[in-house]
Design a protein around this ligand. Sequence first.
Ligand SMILES: C[S@@+](CC[C@H](N)C(=O)[O-])C[C@H]1O[C@@H](n2cnc3c(N)ncnc32)[C@H](O)[C@@H]1O
Length: 705
Amino acid sequence: MKRTPKSTARKSAARRGASKAPRGNRGSAFPPAVKPGEAVKVAAAKGRPMLVWVGKRPLTRVTAFPAQLIEQFSVCGSAETRKPWSDWPSAYPTGGLLFHGDNKEVLAHLLANGFRGKVNLIYIDPPFDSGADYVRKVSLRGATGSAKLDGERYTLGEQIQYTDIWANDNYLQFMYERSGLLRELLHPAGFLFVHLNTDRSHYLKAVLDEVFGAASFTNEIIWKRREAHGDTKGIANVHDVILGYASDPGTTLLRHYVSYDQDYLDSHYTQTDESGRRYTLADLTAPGPRPGLNYAVRGVWPPPGRVWAVLPEKMEKMIQSGRVVFTAEGRPRKKLFLDEMPGMPVHDVWTDVFPINSQALEATGYPTQKPEALLERLITIGCPADGLVLDCFVGSGTTAAVAQKLGRRWIGCDINKGAIHTTAKRIQAVIREQCEAMEKRRAEGAQTSLLEAPYAKPQESSTPPQLSFSVWRVNDYDLQIQHDEAVNLACEHIGIERTRADAFFDGTLGRHLIKIIPFDHPLSPVDLEELRRELDSRPDEDREITLVCLGIEIAARSWIDDWNRLRKGKNAANRLHVIELRSDETYGSFIRHEPAQANVRITRKDGRVTIAIEDFVSPSIVTRLRQQAGVLQPKIDDWRAMVDCVMVDAAWDGSVFNVALSDIPERKSDLVKGSYEIDVPPRPTTVAVKIIDMLGEEVLVTRKV
Ligand SMILES: C[S@@+](CC[C@H](N)C(=O)[O-])C[C@H]1O[C@@H](n2cnc3c(N)ncnc32)[C@H](O)[C@@H]1O
């Protein structure tokens, strides 16, 4: 018979717990006593802390797609830059870069095209996993609104800008992948700031610690973003969290000062000298002993264990210049004048940056827009004067606009066309203002460079490195209607039940899993290979699968036939079906989008071209208005109420839109002009006019003149 060794017997006794407790403890809830000197077993650590979620997989490989140039903006008619950008990939024009696409693909594209290790500061403000659909209120232009019903102004209702409904695991995987790509783009002395709310920041801290290494963590900034109002949980949540990481743990942020709080000033700067200067008194001792600093000042020695902070000669100079005050005990104290102080070194609780309200001048109407002051501070402390700033969740373009104002280079990206449109509009306005300010200074005879930044902080001799920017597309996301909206409509049309908890599949239809192929391209073998990879990671998935697409490539059809051939029989798992919305017998009536139309007269006279927009109609806008008006018919007096902006290219090459003129009224109450004159080359040229309506739909009219 095998004997149980003593130590093992003791361990199992311990495991059995109270039943083997010493007599006095029998039946009590106390754990068994451990004899002095005996080791208490502690489970071995598994490794560095790591967050685990269902479906966690490292991003080891990602396909880099090419980018297409869509639009080029040289707002002041000059693409001139201050100095050559020696570190800039030659494939790109020097200037701001705005990418339309999923940031996973855009970041992969940047990595594959020369931007690895080039970005000095990354700020991202990703969707928060808030369970919300973010909407933008869309209205017509005009003083009181040209569309009226009994004198009332219409709005076009709300347009979904992006959807923020995720299951927790998907959200973490989404952020994990983007964080890894961002780390690769970051300069060795660069910084990342991730803006989050308090529901998710602790998860993301763990993810970022894993991706960057915990030693790279620099700060958790608390941004008080609103005042307290009634909260169901008792204590109102008024702050967001911004997590900071350095590429290299040894790098520190740039020094930055903010104004003192009034409370601090009132409690510290209580004294005023004869000329009215406010000052406070500072200690003039230091820990001792230190050579040369232990001496008597006007017969008074430093306190025990301490020395004076300055050498005798300096002390005497300070006394002579009236910088020293003697206390009742004769101890010297130094006067610190408020007007000589740089301010309070920036700390990690920010209560002095106010959120955007609807009346704010910088408000674009884009949901979740962040204040420029917040980005101004982050860019100032995290990015050198000529550095490169990246925001791959750029939204309304706050980061790009502030980078442009502060003389930094910038790259922005968003998946949402509304965001790209809003950002492009905003940056044009910033550059235009910069150009006007420079022109003014030039006219006043100031000896400043034409490209000196009107916004540059006095301590930075920065100049805007760029007065131009370009818009690129990675993959074709240029949909006539917003993708999310299109998916929602398609689901409604077919009767698909949306599944928010699945990162890959969009919903179910009876026993079928549904995958909606983005409507910007026909179903292709690339989509099908992605599906195969997904199914490989779900070996237990046995449902049939229906792919919903607008059209299908021939190669994809034979791919599906081959796949299904291997899955014969009633109970075969994962057979594939396709609903092709353009031609499907049952669901084919889905596509009924009537594009907007414009009537534009373009005529040449000598070296100038006159453009007159005579009419514009957007069936989508009219339909929306009609839906809201019910039985009454809305009336739009002036077509310009439907138009957000007009852009003109004087020499359209058929692919890239070079913006030679843009008409973007600053206020919602203003209308576009509708008629323009522009210089054109003497030879025949194609003039292109792009009209973008209030829903973001574009109409392009071209004429050879
Ligand atoms: C919270 S908003 C950013 C707001 C921005 N900071 C501002 O001040 O306007 C998040 C943005 O991320 C975009 N977004 C969400 N998923 C994305 C993705 N996969 N790729 C690129 N952009 C994405 C959304 O369209 C939205 O504009």
